[in-house]
Design a binder for this molecule. Structure first.
Ligand SMILES: Nc1ncnc2c1ncn2[C@@H]1O[C@H](COP(=O)(O)OP(=O)(O)O)[C@@H](O)[C@H]1O
Ligand SMILES: [Mg+2]
Length: 423
């Protein structure tokens, strides 16, 4: 094994610092890593290996050809969100056929998991809790194909059965795009009206309509292959309720939460069973709502997650290293990955001044601080820091002093961090 290709759709900076560690680890074993990416720029500090920027619209065939032309012995998908996971799953089919084994969930399973309705069925069949809901088909709404005169009324009846408020969720889409709360039958009718809808994009899209669940949002990454799956620690990512919130709006954290962790153990076993049955290969990232001591599954993303850095930081593991080990055919850890402390992630506004960042690094353990870009739009800098259990008071004190001297972290973030760490 001499060369491993990493397929990437979003900026590689979001994988800082774990991707660099993984690439250096490979280099130490005499293996060259190559980045085949379709967004942003990457320097040596971002990916210390071969780098090839491809057009955003590259086809799976072209992507596979580029990887093969470089001479890769194996490949790994680290793309997100779901539309790019699908691209990579198709690329995997081409690469596997060309004798370049690729760490990515097979296309058939990926196609189910990128679809929120299919995922709901899979989860329900596996014995997991899901919000009750129904599917809305855009072809039928638009009158394409068979005319179904009763369709809109049938959907209204379904909605009445579930009761308002309801969530309208495009079956595709990620990072809460297109998700709307339906508070009344009139809101539903707005979404069922012909022509460009109030959802995302200019044409109505197929959607899942489901019950609103109130509780704490959380997510978990499961990394492995059939026979060996590692379950990373639970990450808490905000509140869920009738108001949809931007994925990164709240503090995101991983830390002790005994009752929830205990209740999750059983859910984790069921999720691993689901991964086994789908032959998941690589990473899945599962979004859930914790409510009344139970976990309701929102989605199972067939790819690395938006909170991967947080999971790695909190567990002292490196998902990119795990994926590279799978590409090399080396054994990977199985079972729950123990949490080694706290990891906290927060948005920090536009450009932290270098002097302030240096001061932050001096006071606490900063895992990464980089710009968060989603769909080409900047959301300012995002910071991940870690601390050991027992260091809570010292950390709050260090951050409070920094806040008093520089205004960073902002007062609202500071308030959330201190209430989390001094519960
Ligand atoms: N049934 C629901 N009840 C309450 N909030 C929901 C529900 N479904 C989705 N949400 C909110 O929308 C966000 C995104 O939903 P999710 O199903 O994870 O789709 P995606 O991440 O692909 O946009 C969740 O993090 C949550 O804030
Ligand atoms: Mg999600």
């Amino acid at each position: 094994m001499r060369k491993i290709a990493f397929l990437r759709s979003v900026r590689i900076q979001r994988a800082d610092p774990y991707i660099q560690q993984a690439v250096r680890g490979l280099a130490a074993d005499g293996i060259e890593a190559g980045l085949f990416h379709t967004s942003g720029t990457a320097g040596d500090e971002d990916f210390p290996g071969h780098r090839q920027r491809l057009d955003r619209g590259v086809t799976p065939r072209e992507l596979a050809d580029a990887v093969a032309a470089w001479g890769a012995d194996a490949a790994v998908s680290i793309s997100l969100p779901c539309e790019n996971a699908l691209r990579d799953a198709a690329t995997k089919a081409h690469l596997d056929a060309a004798g370049i084994p690729t760490v990515m969930t097979p296309l058939a399973a990926t196609m189910l998991l990128v679809d929120k309705w299919e995922t709901k069925q899979l989860c329900r069949q596996a014995g997991l809790l899901v919000p009750d809901g129904f599917r809305v088909d855009s072809d039928l709404l638009a009158g394409r194909g068979l005319p179904v005169p009763g369709y809109r009324d049938a959907l209204r009846v379904q909605a009445e059965r579930l009761g308002y408020p309801l969530m309208w969720k495009p079956v595709w889409e990620s990072t809460s795009m297109g998700i709307r709360t339906l508070r009344s039958p009139a809101d539903l009718d707005d979404h069922l009206a012909p022509g460009p809808g109030p959802g995302h994009g200019s044409e109505p899209v197929s959607a899942v309509v489901e019950q609103v669940v109130e509780g704490d949002l959380c997510s978990v990454d499961i990394v492995g292959r059939p026979g060996a799956y590692q379950v990373l620690p639970l990450c808490w990512t905000g509140r869920a309720g009738a108001e949809p919130v931007f994925t990164f709006a709240d503090l995101r954290w991983c830390g002790p939460r005994e009752e929830a962790d205990a209740a999750f153990a059983e859910v984790a076993r069921t999720l691993v069973g689901l991964c086994e049955s789908l032959e998941v290969h690589g990473s899945v990232n599962i979004d859930m709502i914790h409510t009344d001591g139970r976990f309701v599954i929102l989605e199972v993303n067939p790819r690395i997650g938006g909170a991967t850095t947080l999971s790695c930081a909190a567990s002292g593991t490196n998902t990119f290293t795990s994926l590279a080990r799978m590409a090399r055919g080396l054994p990977v850890a199985a079972g729950p990955a123990q949490r080694v402390g706290w990891a906290i992630e927060f948005l920090a506004g536009d450009g932290i001044p270098p002097a302030v960042l240096a001061e932050l690094r001096h006071r606490v353990r900063v895992v990464t601080a980089h710009e968060l870009v989603i769909d080409g739009a900047s959301h300012g800098d995002i910071v991940v820091l870690t601390l050991a259990e027992g260091e809570e008071d010292r950390t709050v004190k260090a951050l409070t002093e920094l806040h008093e001297a520089t205004g960073f972290p902002a007062a609202d973030v500071m308030g959330k961090i201190s209430s989390l760490l001094t519960r």
